[in-house]
Design a protein around this ligand. Structure first.
Ligand SMILES: NC(=O)c1ccc[n+]([C@@H]2O[C@H](COP(=O)([O-])OP(=O)(O)OC[C@H]3O[C@@H](n4cnc5c(N)ncnc54)[C@H](OP(=O)(O)O)[C@@H]3O)[C@@H](O)[C@H]2O)c1
Length: 267
């Protein structure tokens, strides 16, 4: 039997990108999957794909920036599957703009509401069930949650908040049997770059990334599932990400240059 066989796994932001790839990667274990995102049509497609691969699936539309949606999504998951074993806080949005070019400051509220508060609301609702199951919480952060990245001030702030929250919660949960796995992906090929919020608050519409040079969502998901099976504390998906974590203590200016180059070269 595999780690997630018969286990209930809730994934936010599961209709596309890393979340969808994670749902599909977990299907080999035949879990019970609760999939959340806002767009019902795309969520339904992801749910059908997972069902075809042998998972029991529940599609739960909702916006994680709304506390009542998070509470409902968790309650419906627990009601349908009789509990909850793993929550993957994956839903997220990004930005692409220098701070001094941002004309609509509500961008910052949006980034924090989805990337940070969405995970707080979902985790708060899930915690009683996770205490019963001695379950696992996964937080999909970013390398931008470990170090600063230009054109990403609000995104990096939201991901630093996420990392700080889950590192603190992990300490509070010591002895409870609940694991906390923080994931810090480098660039991943997904819809997030095309949808990145630009300086005026509107999505860019086209991806600025060198798409052929970045990790696929499937590869990222494969690594996340491996980290989940081992209940790792943290997964950083690239060598430069792992380097940056340590090097910023010793040579912070070099780390700033690495981050600036990553954005300049768009990979
Ligand atoms: N791609 C990268 O380069 C990269 C790198 C590091 C970290 N990450 C992180 O990985 C996570 C997944 O990103 P991705 O690249 O897979 O992005 P993506 O392809 O744009 O997928 C994002 C998913 O989140 C959902 N979502 C967005 N806002 C939501 C909301 N308010 N409530 C519920 N669901 C919402 C989207 O569906 P709807 O729009 O239908 O709601 C979609 O299913 C994010 O947290 C992101 O910050 C990504």
């Amino acid at each position: 039997m595999n780690t997630f066989t018969g286990k209930t796994v809730l994934i936010t932001g599961a209709s596309e990108g890393i979340g969808r790839a994670l749902a599909l990667a977990l299907c080999a274990d035949r879990p019970r999957l609760a999939l959340n995102a806002r767009n019902e049509a795309r969520l339904g497609e992801a749910a059908r794909e997972c069902a075809a691969r042998g998972a029991e699936v529940l599609a739960l539309p909702g916006d994680v920036s709304r506390q009542e949606d998070c509470a409902r999504v968790v309650a419906q998951t627990a009601e349908r599957f009789g509990g909850l074993d793993t929550v993957i806080n994956n839903a997220g949005v990004t930005m692409w703009s220098r701070f001094d070019a941002v004309s609509d400051l509500s961008v910052f509220e949006r980034l924090l509401a989805v990337n940070f508060l969405g995970a707080v609301y979902t985790t708060a609702a899930a915690l009683p069930y996770l205490k019963d199951s001695r379950g696992l919480i996964v937080a999909v952060a970013s390398i931008a949650g470990l170090t600063g990245v230009p054109e990403r001030t609000g995104y990096a702030a939201s991901k630093h908040a996420l990392v700080g929250f889950f590192e603190s919660l992990r300490i509070e949960l010591a002895g409870s049997g609940i694991g906390v796995t923080i994931v810090a992906p480098d660039f991943v090929l997904s819809e997030i770059h095309r949808r990145a919020i630009g300086p005026d608050g509107a999505p860019l519409g086209i991806s600025p990334m060198q798409e052929s040079r970045i990790m696929t969502a499937e590869e990222c998901a494969r690594r996340i599932v491996r980290a989940m099976r081992r209940r790792d504390r943290i997964l950083i998906t690239s060598a430069r990400g792992r380097l940056v974590r340590w090097a910023r203590l010793l040579v912070p200016r070099v780390v700033d240059q690495i981050a600036a180059r990553a954005i300049r070269e768009r990979r």
